[in-house]
Design a protein around this ligand. Structure first.
Ligand SMILES: [Zn+2]
Length: 268
């Protein structure tokens, strides 16, 4: 692990969901020899790992505070297409820590004021002592294939034209496999089989852990769920619509589908 006292620190300062970045062609955050050096008012700060040889800090900037000259607050969703996976991971972690702190100022059990705990990511209630830790909400993301076609759907919140694989939150008491079957059934009316683990990715909107699985179509008629899915269709690798940004696990799953098609074509 790098010596935190030696290098620069990278400052991931969030005001609500917006990250402070340099006004530059590339997306970069301010660097300093310590988090105190950034000339901006902060209400909370905590180290969140390492990036490019420096220690990364999450900083919370109160609402109404203006960005220092040469910097601007940008929505993390608006810039994630322009950053690499490492940057996105650290920025996402910082965003979740700041968001957790902002929503745990008071104890959920007794309503008492909380305070940060030295040395661990926790808020302790000053009245009843209850510890509050950052919450992570597991969600499944599932790639459904039918022979040489992939199922891609559109949720109402997606950027114009974009389609992606299906996703949904794990409910209390559910296994990951049960979530997959329920979500696919609810969102598009299909049955699936042959579930296999693909990979996972922390997703900071607002605090998910995306658990990726692949599945095969097993039956049913495509029936988009009103209000949840605007459209859903089967696509071949050579005719894909607009896809999610490369930094997302959704895109990795779709790219993997395309690569497999290319491989199987090359071998015949
Ligand atoms: Zn309490």
């Amino acid at each position: 692990m790098p010596d935190p006292s030696a290098g620069e620190t990278l400052l991931f300062a969030f005001q609500n969901d917006r990250l402070l970045v340099l006004e530059d062609e590339e997306v970069r955050v301010p660097r300093a020899s310590s988090p105190e050096e950034l000339e901006i008012e902060t209400s909370f700060r905590q180290p969140v790992g390492y990036l490019d040889g420096g220690q990364a800090w999450a900083l919370e900037v109160p609402e109404g505070v203006e960005a220092p000259e040469g910097t601007a607050f940008r929505d993390l969703r608006a810039i994630f297409a322009a950053v690499d996976e490492e940057f996105f991971a650290v920025a996402g972690r910082a965003k979740q820590i700041v968001g957790w702190h902002a929503t745990h100022r008071f104890c959920g059990r007794c309503g008492g004021v909380t305070e940060p705990v030295e040395g661990e990511p926790a808020m302790r209630c000053t009245r009843c002592g209850m510890m509050h830790y950052p919450r992570v909400s597991p969600a499944v993301i599932v790639r459904v294939l039918r022979e040489d076609e992939i199922l891609l759907a559109r949720s109402p919140g997606f950027p114009k034209g974009m389609r992606s694989v299906l996703a949904g939150f794990v409910e209390p008491g559910e296994s990951i496999e049960e979530t997959v079957h329920r979500e696919v059934r609810e969102e598009v009316g299909l049955e699936v089989e042959n579930l296999e683990y693909f990979g996972s990715q922390p997703w900071p909107f607002p605090n998910s852990l995306m658990i990726g699985l692949t599945a095969d179509y097993a039956g049913g008629e495509l029936t988009p769920e009103p209000g949840e899915i605007e459209a859903a269709d089967w696509y071949r690798a050579e005719g894909l619509p607009e896809l999610p940004p490369r930094v997302s696990i959704a895109r990795r799953m779709i790219d993997d589908f395309v690569a497999r098609r290319d491989d199987s074509r090359a071998s015949t």
